[in-house]
Design a protein around this ligand. Structure first.
Ligand code: NAD
Length: 357
């Protein structure tokens, strides 16, 4: 295979954590003879500083030409006051929409070694492995009409939650297929008792179940799903839902694991080309100190290999290496507990490379 990965380190801790993921990428590329070539491009504030644009054409072109993108993080106080459409976040939003990345995958995995980092009891979360599939380019975040208007002398704010059948089917297909390669359990989350848009959502997902007879499909209202996620989260395997509910539930599920520095994500298009990034931001408070946790970015690389490059075998090796390093007691400051050895960003990356065997 000859595949191109575009590396976009971004701002803040982005370059530090991405450098560690690139070490792992270079190591597996060599070890498994993957034939991957890499290129690098500016994005976010660092791109604005050079080009006056958080997503310059040259970066977008490289992103279009790549098979997958490994992304760090963007943003920081330095760019908080520049004009709105030049801010770093706009660069990322434009990148997602330009590439048609409609499926957002956020695993919430709790390595047993980190069970004490969760605010829930270890027996409730230890070994947790949920995948939330969120529709990313439709629903109420994009629906028209929207705005604030004046009616009868007072202001009225309004948005539109809208999905057509093909949008639901498109994200449904991603979720069913992921369920097929996991525990074959799919939960669709809606509010069909109140919102017609999610009544349609439920109908379409239900109609798709016949195509995937091995997948056990269930439905839950979003309020109950939010409750069940903290009551008994291990009952879930894959959860599929719309943009708004997915935004909230994926953050809730992420927090079950206790540390934002451990959580990877993927955003995919229809051909499984994807942008892979840690769930956290650019952490300006610790940038440049060499103490950020690179594991979310390393695990994002593992998702890249699993979903865009279809090398689940290599992804498994990386995830096992991370687990082995945690088992050995190495921790960055954000996940450190008594009795473990505190290490910096680079030492953690080196340890994962060494654990690849
Ligand atoms: P943040 O995720 O950057 O940081 C929140 C807290 O978590 C901080 O205390 C930080 O030190 C810590 N943290 C985050 N990642 C860590 C890691 N890998 N290792 C150790 N500790 C880590 O969120 P924020 O402070 O709200 O935002 C900071 C900047 O990041 C803002 O400019 C925001 O717009 C941007 N942001 C970018 C993205 C993205 O790139 N996709 C996402 C969220 C926020």
């Amino acid at each position: 295979m000859s595949k191109k990965i575009l590396v976009m380190p971004g701002d803040g801790i982005g370059p530090e954590i991405v450098a560690e993921a690139v070490k792992v990428l270079n190591a597996v590329n060599k070890k498994f003879d993957l034939g991957i070539s890499t290129d690098e491009a500016l994005v976010g504030g660092s791109a604005y500083d050079v080009h006056g644009d958080p997503l310059p054409e040259v970066s977008l072109e490289k992103a279009r030409a790549a098979d997958a993108i490994l992304f760090g993080s963007i943003g920081g106080p330095k760019w908080d006051t520049i004009e709105r459409d030049k801010r770093p976040e706009r660069g990322l939003l434009r990148l997602r929409s330009s590439l048609g990345l409609f499926a957002n995958l956020r695993p919430a995995i709790l390595f047993p070694q980190l069970a004490s980092a969760s605010s829930l009891k270890p027996e409730i979360v230890s070994g947790l492995d949920i995948l939330i599939v969120r529709e990313l380019t439709g629903g109420i975040y994009f629906g028209q009409p929207r705005g604030i208007r004046v009616e009868n002398g007072e202001r009225v704010g309004f948005n539109t939650d809208v999905y057509n059948e093909s949008e639901i089917r498109r994200i449904g297909r991603v979720a069913f297929e992921l369920a097929m390669v996991r525990d074959k359990k799919l939960l669709s989350v809606d509010k069909a008792n109140v919102l017609e848009v999610t009544e349609l959502w439920k109908e379409v997902i239900t109609s798709m179940a016949a195509e995937y007879p091995e997948v056990q499909v269930s439905h839950m209202y979003v309020d109950n799903a939010a409750m069940q996620l903290v009551r008994a989260p291990k009952q879930f395997d894959v959860i599929v839902t719309g943009n708004l509910f997915g935004d909230i539930l994926s953050d809730e599920a992420a927090m079950l694991t206790g540390s934002i520095g451990m959580l990877p994500s993927a955003s995919l298009d229809e051909n499984r080309k994807g942008l892979y990034e840690p769930c956290h931001g650019s952490a300006p408070d610790i940038a440049g100190q060499g103490i950020a946790n690179p594991l979310a970015t390393i695990l994002s690389l593992s998702m890249l290999l699993r979903y865009s490059l279809e090398r689940a075998d290599v992804a498994d090796v990386i995830e096992k290496a991370v687990e082995q390093v945690l088992e050995g007691g190495l921790r960055t400051a954000d996940i450190w507990t008594e009795g473990c050895r505190k290490v910096g960003t680079a030492e953690m990356g080196d340890a994962v490379v060494a654990a690849l065997g």
